[in-house]
Design a protein around this ligand. Structure first.
Ligand code: AMP
Ligand code: GLY
Length: 421
């Protein structure tokens, strides 16, 4: 069968890599892909938001199943269009993807579904927001309502940081709505559930590292690394999360006539004190897709056939598949470009990616990479490579990942040294 993967990040590289080595998959197409994906899929230069062109491609090439990576394609209505043309696709409709594309909508659904989450208020103009923040004081969390690639959230620890947040929210982000939330303490875990609209299958839990610098310092990013399985929650806690934080959302979305099928990613804050768990676990956000870089560390551990899972999500397979995981641990380290996330510098050569991929127990996934006229690998955006180490323990996975990371040369790259420690 032919499969089309939509997107161009390391997440999509991991998807293409895993699908290309799956029984029954004859061809993988990826639009628009990247220089690394070209090794395991045919690259087609169509943007993820050009949904009409993607539909024509899928029809012309006899694609049996399309898998959507990024939220921008969901927001552009790719699933609605493909489904209207009876083309199987694994992902949520535009209406269901609002769980990610609008933070205020997600909050409203969480409250209606009785999901545990931080208390919040929504503001549509600056003056009342300022007044509220002044009254509440720090710590407080401010979030722009729409998609902002992980850059629209401001965790305010000190009063003096409010001004910078207001400047970004109403300046570069042009936020029309701002969600203000109570600050939650704890550690973060990403629990992703596959859904066919009726039922759920949990993926192995992972956690990612949102801050740019070691020890969780610096600005929020799209994610600088990930670990799977996450040691931060137990199997029993994952079951609690499924029951309290995922299943009620499925029920609520179905009730509203916009059933959720695809990957429901619950970003959770987990209290560090075991006495407060699981009852103190709170949902920070939903994403409506696989996480990046969580997907990279999750997929390398997937032992069962991925196609069955995607077919079940897309509704072309009725029987619920059994998903199996290897006993190994994976640690994914993101190598980001000079200046990421604020002032990304592109065009610099990346040396050593092929050598790094030869380290035993390592897989190198590309994100923003292109080849120049000499065939050399060049940085084309923020996050450039995801380097995944796989091992018997987190320590050995981490060691392999950093051995490979140390082989990469990219001028001024931003890479955390504490992933998985
Ligand atoms: P979000 O995009 O809503 O997940 O927010 C991005 C990041 O901001 C999260 O991964 C957390 O690190 C942090 N964050 C979001 N909401 C809160 C909150 N209510 N309390 C503490 N930290 C938060
Ligand atoms: N790693 C966070 C995200 O995919 O949004």
């Amino acid at each position: 069968m032919k499969i089309l993967v939509v997107g161009s990040g390391a997440r999509e590289h991991a998807l293409c890599w895993r699908l290309a080595r799956s029984p029954g998959v004859t061809e993988v197409l990826c639009a628009p892909g990247n220089a690394g994906i070209a090794a395991c899929a045919e690259i087609v230069m169509i943007a993820p938001t050009a949904v009409g062109d993607l539909l024509s491609l899928a029809k012309e090439r006899g694609v049996a199943l399309t898998i959507v990576g990024p939220e921008v394609a969901l927001e552009a209505g790719i699933v609605d269009l493909f489904e209207a043309h009876k083309m199987p696709i694994a992902g949520p409709s535009k209406a269901a993807a609002m769980l990610e594309t609008s933070k205020s909508f997600a909050k409203e659904v969480m409250v209606a579904a009785g999901v545990p989450t931080a208390t919040y208020e929504v503001f549509t103009s600056e003056a009342p927001l300022r007044e509220y923040c002044k009254r509440q004081g720090a710590p407080l969390v401010l979030k722009a309502d729409g998609l902002a690639s992980g850059k629209g959230v401001f965790v305010i620890q000190h009063e003096q940081d409010f001004e910078d947040a207001f400047a970004s929210l109403f300046g570069s982000l042009k936020a029309e709505r701002v969600v203000v939330e109570e600050f939650l303490a704890g550690v973060e875990v990403s629990c992703i559930f596959a859904s066919n609209g009726e039922d759920l299958i949990p993926l192995a839990p992972a956690h990612d590292y949102k801050r740019l610098m070691d020890e969780d310092l610096g600005p929020n990013t799209g994610g600088m690394g990930s670990v799977c399985p996450s040691p931060r929650i137990s199997g029993a806690e994952l079951e609690w999360i499924q029951e309290r934080c995922a299943a009620p959302i499925l029920k609520e979305m179905k009730k509203r006539g916009t059933p959720f099928k695809g990957f429901l990613y619950a970003g959770l804050m987990v209290p560090t004190d075991p006495a407060q768990r699981p009852e103190g676990i709170r949902v920070l956000e939903y994403n409506t897709r696989l996480g990046d870089p969580e997907c990279q560390s999750i997929l390398v551990r997937l032992a069962s056939a991925p196609v069955e899972l995607f077919e079940w999500i897309a509704g072309v397979r009725g029987e619920k598949p059994t998903v199996q995981w290897s006993n190994l641990t994976s640690v994914c380290v993101v190598v980001a470009s000079n200046g990421y996330p604020e002032n990304v510098i592109t065009g610099d050569e990346i040396v050593g990616a092929e050598l790094a991929s030869l380290v035993p127990g390592v897989v190198v996934f590309h994100a923003a990479t292109v080849r120049n006229e000499r065939g050399a690998l060049v940085c084309a955006g923020g996050r450039t490579l995801s380097i995944v180490g796989i091992g018997e323990s987190r320590e050995s996975a981490r060691r392999s990942a950093y051995k490979a990371v140390d082989m990469i040369q990219l001028r001024g790259n931003r890479t955390r040294r504490d992933i998985g420690s």
